[in-house]
Design a protein around this ligand. Sequence first.
Ligand code: ADP
Ligand code: MG
Length: 451
Amino acid sequence: MSPLTHQEKEKILSILESKLDPKVYDTWCRSLEIESAGDNAFRVPTANPFYRDWLEKLLRKPLEDAFEQIFGCAPEIIFQVSDEGTPLPAPPAPAEPAPARPEGPDAAPAPDFLLNAAYRFDTFIEGPSNRMAFAAAVAVSENPATLYNPLFIHGGVGLGKTHLLQGVCHAVLARNPAAKVQYLSCEDFVNGFIYAIQKNKLEGFRARYRRADVLVVDDIHFLAGKEGSQEEFFHTFNTLHLAGHQVILSSDQPAEDIRSLKRHLLSRFKMGFDARIMPPSYETRLAILRGKADARGWEVAQDVLGYVASVVETNIRELEGALTKVMGYAALSKRAPDLELAKEVLQEAIPAPGPSLSVPQIQQVTARYFGKKVSEFQSRRWTKSTSYARQVCVYLCRKHTGASLDELGSHFGGKDHTTMLYSIRKIEKLLSTEPGLRADVQRLEQELGRR
Ligand code: ADP
Ligand code: MG
């Protein structure tokens, strides 16, 4: 196919705009480039592999459909990271407003990240378990960088941290669409940092985050053990803080429990307001389920919601999942979503003790967590650097498998049972005094599905 004419491109964009969520469109399509790439193929250049993966996921099908609609056939579409040297289209930062979207010169640039449209303050159910965190998030969104800076929200998985963080972003942007808000996961920060180093693009990377009015980094515990990224984030943090800009962070753990977090970074995290989200009470769980059912237009009796709320106690994502399962099953089997059906579905769906774990499984998960190899746990020479990881592993194997001390010994390089017992006792003793160890054990148990 020959290169697209301006009009053809505009047509494609307007089809995309009509099909996509406005946020997705604004973020990813405004500066979309579509280049001819030989017979029946088009190339969409992207700035880096992360954007490419996003574009694949979000745009492949809609783009193919749009081509089909206009030309009657879908060409091959190749999302490709631009070569070094060629000017990057730098998605998603919009370069110039497209002619079809007349906007004033002061129009705010579209945010270059995705927010979940449902994660707003008005869909967040408040309860005693999250009241402080919720109030702090609202306060920060109303007056960024005046009260709590940083705002550090921590709590277990599925308790609403991401929802609150994105709620702040929505609220800040609703008040001031021109506010420079940046929301990203810590994993994206780390990956972006590594990418920027590899490609010699640190300057752009830094500018992007250090110029934000409000920088929101989700799951900051991902910095655990990553020295270089910690250092980079430390400087980002300082720059923003000094300039009087807001930083908001979330973590699965309290800051002091994040493994090998540098002291100077820890002290920064403790400078502002530390809000903990606890597992929700039964009443809050019930209210969340009611909110979810109403939002979806589901008619569900109160006793069914009550039952679901009593089955899933800690993780709100799982709580919502349980209700969705009940409703899905009711629809499939053409039955009413009553208590009887809910019991049938959930008793089966939530096996109480979970599948049994094996020693090798635990070894694998623990080794990966500490960045070791399983063979290091089994080596006849026990090096000092692996001894902590190995002892935690022995402890977890004892706690979560039926293996005897001798059996355990055979999985750990043929050690005898006294050595195993020593490791177990040592970890048991340290657990009461070392919050970092407690956190490691908790996270590992979470990964093993034992929490
Ligand atoms: P986390 O980031 O803490 O792991 P999320 O913010 O992803 O948890 O929340 C998991 C799910 O539970 C999301 O769908 C979120 O909307 C929902 N959720 C959590 N807390 C609440 C709440 N208080 N009110 C309504 N929905 C909630
Ligand atoms: Mg989250």
